[in-house]
Design a protein around this ligand. Structure first.
Ligand SMILES: [Cu+2]
Length: 152
């Protein structure tokens, strides 16, 4: 092998080493970047702002799962009502309601389904929520509860 050929081979080898080093760096950057992105998005998705003040209530023939809800005046809340009853229920067809007249809220959950509403209580006080669909309607004490709006 000539001297020149040997030099060319050596140059080629250093070039290959450089390419390998660059490829390795690119892979490292990609892996770190992707895992960093996944890490951040995993944490970001765990704290959606809208879920901060959601109240989950279920309703069945024996009443609401929650009889008393405390909230702060001026802060928006989302109430998600779920009906536990099937559509074959003779009384109300499996639907239930969560309503407060004074705050103008009325949510009607379909049989074995949910519906929700977001509202902002603008005055402190104790408000009665009720269901006017099943068994005796709003006069039925088991289908009632209290929303307590606390002042600041
Ligand atoms: Cu009901």
């Amino acid at each position: 092998m000539s001297h020149k050929a040997r030099q060319r081979r050596a140059a080629l080898q250093t070039q290959r080493k450089k390419i390998r080093a660059i490829a390795f760096a690119v892979i490292v950057v990609l892996v770190v970047g992707v895992s960093g992105y996944l890490f951040v998005s995993a944490f970001a998705s765990k704290t959606p702002a809208s879920a901060a003040n959601t109240v989950d209530i279920s309703a069945a023939m024996d009443g609401f799962s929650t009889k008393e809800i405390r909230v702060k005046v001026g802060k928006p809340i989302t109430v998600r009502l779920t009906s536990m009853d099937s559509p074959y229920h003779t009384d109300g067809g499996g639907k239930h309601q969560w309503a407060i007249d004074e705050l103008g809220v009325s949510i009607i959950a379909p049989p074995q389904g949910s519906d929700s509403a977001t509202f902002t209580p603008d005055k402190p006080g104790i408000f009665t929520f009720y269901c006017d669909i099943c068994c005796g309607g709003r006069a039925n004490p088991t289908m009632q509860g209290k929303l307590i709006v606390e002042g600041v």
